[in-house]
Design a protein around this ligand. Structure first.
Ligand code: NAP
Length: 367
C-alpha cells in the first residue's frame, strides 16, 4: 500500500554515513519513493533527521512497532554487516519490502535465511548493488556482451582506502573487513562481466602496524571455467584507488573510478582494441536515488528486482570461500553454481546527484 501519491514509503534503519550522506538525499531525487521513518540508536539523530526530513523516529527496540505502524512499505537497512539479518528477516516476514545494503550478511547461513524469508512472504528483497542501475557500469556490461573485447580472459582490480581504526569496519573481524566491505565490488563485477560463477578461490592477507581488528590488506585470486581468472587487492590502510581492467582475446576495458559515487564521479571507461583507445563517458548520477527508483518501480509494478537474494547469496558464497582460503592457506574449491538472471539494460537510471547535507552525529568512516 503506497502513499496517497502512489510513492513507496521507506523506513531507514541505521543512520550512519551512507544513510545520511547518500540514501536520504538520494531519495529526494526519485519520482516514486519517500521516507517516513528512521530507526536509530541515537535520540539526537532521531530528533535531527526527524525534523530535517519529517520522519517518525524509532529506537531499535521499537523496530517491530515501526514494521506494524502502517506507515512504511519498505525499509532500507544500512547497519553494520553483522546486524543485517536482525532487521531484514523480521521485515520480510512482516511483508515489508527490503532494500538491504551489501554485503548481504555476515555468513552464508544468514544470507540464505534472509533470501528464504523473502521467498516465503513474497515481500521483495533487493541487495543494494547501486552499480546495477548505474549507466557507466551497464555500458561496460553491454560492451563485453557485444564482444567488443573478444572473449573475456581475465579481470584484475585494486580497491583501497584508509578506514578509521574506530569504525565497526575495522573492529569486527573478517566479516566487517576489506573483503566483504570492498571486495564485494570486484566479485560482483567479475561475476556479471564473465556471466559465470567462480570455481576456486585463493587469498593472502596481511596486517600492518595499524592494529586493526581485521586484516588490513588482502589479495584474492578466483578461477572460473574456460581458463578465466580474476584477481584483486583490497586494503583498509592504503591511499584511495578504485579501478578494474577486463582483458579479452581482442581488446580490453579499463575503468577508474570503477566502484565509487558522489560529486564529480562518473564511471567512464576506456576501451582498447587494435591498439586504439576510445574513451566512453558516463554521466554523474545519483546511485542511491537510481537504485531506489528501480526498486520502487519493481514493487509498484509487481516485478522481482534483478539484484535479489540469489545475487546476494552468490557473492556471499565467494566471500566465505575467501575467508576459508585465508584461514587455511589453501585454495578452496567452490561447488558449481549458476545464476538465473543478470543485469539488464532496463535497470539503467539516470537521476541528478543530490547534495550531501550536514551530518547529524556521525562521521565519514574513512580518514
Ligand atoms: N552501497 C554503498 O556504496 C555503501 C557504501 C558504504 C556503506 N555501505 C554499507 O552500508 C552499511 C553501513 O555502512 P556505513 O558506512 O553507513 O557505516 P557507519 O557510518 O559506521 O554507520 C553505521 C550505522 O549503523 C548503526 N549501528 C547499529 N548498530 C551498530 C553497531 N553495533 N556498531 C556501529 N553502528 C551501529 C549506527 O546508526 P545509529 O547511530 O543511527 O544507530 C551507525 O551510525 C554497511 O553494510 C556497509 O557495507 C554501502
Amino acid at each position: 500500500m503506497p502513499s496517497l501519491e502512489g510513492k513507496i514509503r521507506y523506513g531507514v534503519v541505521g543512520a550512519g554515513w551512507i544513510s545520511q550522506g547518500a540514501f536520504m538525499p538520494g531519495i529526494g531525487q526519485t519520482t516514486n519513493s519517500i521516507m517516513t521513518a528512521v530507526v536509530t540508536g541515537d535520540p539526537e539523530k532521531a530528533r535531527g533527521l526527524g525534523t530535517r526530513y519529517g520522519l517518525d523516529g524509532y529506537s531499535y527496540d521499537e523496530y517491530d512497532r515501526m514494521l506494524k505502524s502502517g506507515t512504511v512499505d519498505a525499509v532500507y537497512i544500512a547497519t553494520p554487516n553483522f546486524r543485517h539479518r536482525e532487521f531484514a528477516e523480521p521485515a520480510l516476514k512482516a511483508g515489508i519490502h527490503v532494500l538491504l545494503e551489501k554485503p548481504m550478511a555476515s555468513s552464508v547461513e544468514d544470507a540464505e535465511a534472509i533470501a528464504a524469508a523473502a521467498r516465503a512472504s513474497g515481500a521483495k528483497l533487493m541487495v543494494a548493488y547501486r552499480l546495477h542501475c548505474e549507466p557507466g557500469t551497464l555500458a561496460v556490461v553491454e560492451a563485453v556482451r557485444k564482444g567488443e573485447i573478444g572473449t573475456p580472459r581475465f579481470f584484475t582490480s585494486t580497491f583501497s582506502q584508509v578506514v578509521r581504526a574506530s569504525n565497526h569496519r575495522a573492529t569486527s573481524g573478517y566479516w566487517a573487513g576489506p573483503v566483504p566491505d570492498m571486495g564485494t565490488y570486484p566479485i560482483n563485477a567479475v561475476r556479471n562481466l564473465f556471466e559465470a560463477e567462480p570455481i576456486e578461490a585463493m587469498a593472502f592477507a596481511s596486517k600492518t602496524g595499524r592494529e586493526l581488528g581485521c586484516d588490513d590488506t588482502v589479495s584474492v585470486i578466483l578461477r572460473f571455467t574456460e581458463g578465466r581468472q580474476a584477481s584483486f587487492t583490497l586494503s583498509y590502510s592504503a591511499d584511495n584507488i578504485d579501478r578494474f581492467h577486463i582483458v579479452g582475446s581482442e581488446g580490453l576495458i579499463e575503468a577508474s573510478p570503477a566502484f565509487g559515487f558522489g560529486e564529480g564521479t562518473s564511471i567512464d571507461f576506456r576501451l582498447t582494441r587494435d591498439g586504439k583507445t576510445e574513451e566512453r563517458k558516463a554521466p554523474v548520477v545519483d546511485h542511491f536515488g537510481g537504485e531506489t527508483e528501480y526498486f520502487s518501480d519493481c514493487i509498484l509494478g509487481g516485478r522481482e528486482p534483478e539484484p535479489d537474494g540469489e545475487e546476494g547469496v552468490l557473492d556471499m558464497v565467494v566471500l566465505e570461500a575467501i575467508e576459508r582460503a585465508i584461514e587455511t592457506g589453501a585454495p578452496q574449491r567452490l561447488d558449481p553454481r549458476s545464476r538465473s538472471r543478470r543485469i539488464a539494460p532496463e535497470q539503467r537510471r539516470e537521476l541528478p546527484l543530490a547534495k550531501v547535507p550536514d551530518f547529524v552525529n556521525t562521521e565519514v568512516p574513512m580518514e
